[in-house]
Design a protein around this ligand. Structure first.
Ligand SMILES: Nc1ncnc2c1ncn2[C@@H]1O[C@H](COP(=O)(O)OP(=O)(O)OP(=O)(O)O)[C@@H](O)[C@H]1O
Length: 357
């Protein structure tokens, strides 16, 4: 694949033609998607930096992206998640005007894409597949080279902007080191510095932690958090939930071209139902006690059916152990577990995220 960066009004943007059927996604707070599992946002999303409506891309007979209504609110760190091949990169490339949508519409920082590319893209820093860095040039010289070919930037301020970007990603002390001597994390931070050569309202990072070791992943995560704290909206794609979960305010889950779910992390977590597990020698009594509290869908698991398990529902967990004791059920173990986001996604997609990296 050809390495690509979009960092301002490049001549790639928008040259691939307009999205067909591109009705304007107006500022209304409309339903994100009329399907199961996809949330609407309660907050005001009229100025959402990214909003797609019915975004679709077909490659010959394959529908790589299928009617996706993506909504990235201002100030969000939006984790765009899904297994390999689920359509994340294709969606991102359409948003940035790098490929033509088959149908649907895209609003990027208030501009219709790709026709409004010149208006929107200078305010977007993007990392898609990584820029082509020269191994024998220093980090600084590499940025100077890329800055020089970006016709949207002012050459007179180049040095100053490069230093600011290197400083932003913590690479100023290593600015004169050759690129080939950089660690993977440093290389990725340099790529992000390239996307930050001018101030950006929105950063679009496609798999920025791909191939990084845990240290490099932490570096990128830390950098993204800092940028978000400065008010930059971030769309970050990953096939590894665990790599981005802790920095995301919002999450969207892609699966086979469809956006199965999106919403704030809070909303998604609130959808997961905590489960109660009681380990006891008297499971029948435990079942009686829990049923009397109003719990339903209870079952017995474990060796000899000694684990009584069921959803907590509306029951106050502090009432459970006293009720069990009052019923004469010895409590050998008691737990209330909230399912992780990972559990929720397994439920949604029928598969977990690729944990092999
Ligand atoms: N130019 C293309 N021509 C034909 N098929 C394509 C093209 N680009 C992507 N696809 C197909 O579209 C589907 C979605 O690919 P895409 O790269 O968007 O997924 P992804 O979620 O970004 O996965 P990954 O994390 O592996 O990049 C895949 O089945 C891929 O093979």
């Amino acid at each position: 694949m050809t390495p690509t960066t979009v960092s301002g009004p490049t001549d790639r943007a928008g040259t691939d033609g307009a999205a067909s059927g591109s009705g304007s996604a107006d500022g209304h707070r409309d339903a994100v998607r009329p399907g199961d599992g996809v949330e609407t946002y309660d907050d005001d999303t009229a100025d959402a930096p990214i909003r797609t409506t019915g975004l679709t891309k077909r490659f010959r007979h394959q529908t790589a992206v299928d009617a996706v209504d993506l909504l990235v609110p201002r100030g969000a760190v939006y984790g765009f998640l899904g297994p390999n091949g689920s359509g994340k990169t294709t969606t991102i490339r359409m948003i940035l005007g790098l490929i033509r949508a088959t149908s649907g519409s895209i609003r990027l920082l208030g501009a219709e894409m790709p026709s409004g590319a010149n208006q929107a893209l200078p305010r977007v820093g993007a990392l898609v597949e990584g820029p082509a860095f020269h191994p024998y040039l220093s980090g600084r010289a590499n940025l100077a080279r890329l800055d020089a070919v970006d016709r949207g930037t002012d050459p007179r301020t180049s040095r100053q902007r490069i230093d600011a970007a290197l400083d932003r990603v913590g690479l100023l002390p290593a600015a004169e080191k050759r690129f080939r001597a950089y660690s993977l994390g440093m290389r990725q931070r340099l790529a992000i510095a390239n996307a930050l050569l001018t101030p950006r309202e929105l950063l679009v990072l496609d798999e920025p932690t791909n191939g990084l070791d845990p240290q490099g992943t932490r570096e990128v995560r830390h950098l993204v958090s800092e940028l978000a704290a400065d008010g930059v909206t971030v769309l970050i794609s990953s096939h590894l939930l665990s790599e981005v979960e802790q920095i995301c305010t919002h999450i969207g889950v892609m699966h086979v071209g469809r956006l199965l779910s999106q919403g704030s992390v809070e909303e998604l977590r609130s959808r997961s139902r905590p489960t109660v597990t009681v380990r006891t020698d008297q499971p029948d009594r435990a079942l009686t006690a829990l049923t009397a509290l109003g719990m339903t869908d209870l079952g017995r698991e474990g060796p000899g059916g000694t684990h009584v398990v069921g959803p907590l529902g509306e029951v106050d967990p502090r009432r459970i152990v006293p009720a069990l004791v009052a019923e004469g059920a010895d409590v050998l173990g008691f737990a209330v577990d909230a399912p992780s986001l990972e559990d929720l996604f397994v439920e949604l997609t029928g598969e977990g995220f690729d944990v092999s990296g």
